[in-house]
Design a protein around this ligand. Structure first.
Ligand code: NAD
Length: 265
């Protein structure tokens, strides 16, 4: 940590403190969670209106998904109704594209499955998706991938548990379900980026989901500065150099504008 601390409350002071801390950082790793996408209409899990206040996560574990056709039916139905595939990026996603364009960002490591960083305009190669992508479905037997839209069209046409057209295996959303292992390549890549980063900005995450939260922890251990942008407290507030309490859609554009001003042309 660089020894700058900030008591959350004053958003403008927080942005100014973060801009000073990050003024000379050129390898900023952005770590995002569900909170960056709530302003795009996708609810988070643990916030006051979070999905887990309405649905029991224990019903949607990997083993249950494989064992129980009814869980699969409900899962596809929920995807269809969630609106996640139609969601549009918001100001925070778009500001991160600017951060990339001005050459200050190493990559985005996201826990989100909504694909909104790419939809906003970030090249896919700079987005590491730790928990997969809801726009794709995968066959658990032959690993064939198909667009989720196609699976949902089959659901709409009356198949409530569509199987893989190539091998007849079970189709699953290409996202990490509870109790399912993290994707090895993406996890590895995220950890390497954590070593390379000179700063981390965490946006809209409780930082309480592991192993994902090891990414910012690893970067901090390696000497990176740490800024948190979140509406509520997080599990890693004690490790932050600067905490900014506020909506990502307002804070992130302000912070990126300040960093743009401090970037030599
Ligand atoms: P979380 O649901 O645990 O926490 C989200 C945090 O964001 C909360 O602390 C909340 O106060 C904060 N927040 C909500 N709206 C905000 C806003 N507008 N600006 C700033 N902060 C805001 O999310 P998590 O830490 O990402 O972990 C949940 C898991 O759920 C992730 O692993 C992810 O895979 C998955 N998830 C993804 C999506 C998505 O793809 N959009 C949505 C829900 C859950």
């Amino acid at each position: 940590m660089d020894g700058i601390s900030f008591d959350p409350g004053g958003r403008e002071e927080g942005v100014a403190a973060a801009a000073r801390l990050l003024a000379h950082k050129e390898r900023i790793l952005v770590f995002t969670g569900a909170g960056i996408s709530t302003e795009s209409g996708i609810p988070d899990f643990r916030g006051p209106d979070g999905v887990w206040t309405r649905v029991d996560p224990a019903e949607f574990t990997y083993s249950r998904f494989l064992a129980n056709p009814d869980t699969r039916r409900r899962s596809w139905q929920m995807r269809k109704e969630s609106g996640i595939l139609e969601a549009e990026p918001n100001r925070a996603h778009r500001a991160l594209v600017t951060l990339w364009e001005i050459g200050r960002m190493l990559a985005v490591v996201t826990q989100n499955i909504d694909g909104l960083h790419q939809k906003a305009g970030l090249p896919a190669r700079v987005v590491v998706e730790l928990h997969g992508n809801a726009h794709q479905a995968v066959c658990v037997a032959c690993r064939a991938k198909v667009p989720t839209g196609e699976v949902l069209d089959r659901v709409a046409a009356g198949e409530d548990d569509p199987d893989c057209t190539a091998c007849g295996g079970i189709l699953k959303p290409d996202v990490v379900l509870f109790e399912e292992a993290m994707p090895i390549l993406e996890t590895d890549r995220a950890m390497h980026l954590a070593y390379e980063a000179d700063a981390v900005i965490s946006i809209g995450s409780t930082l309480g989901v592991f192993p994902a939260a090891f990414v910012p922890i690893r970067a901090i251990e390696t000497g990176a500065s740490f800024v948190i942008v979140n509406m509520g407290p997080t599990e890693l507030d004690d490790l932050a150099d600067v905490l900014i309490a506020g909506p990502a859609g307002e804070v992130v554009p302000d912070l990126v504008a300040a960093l743009t001003r401090s970037t030599p042309r």
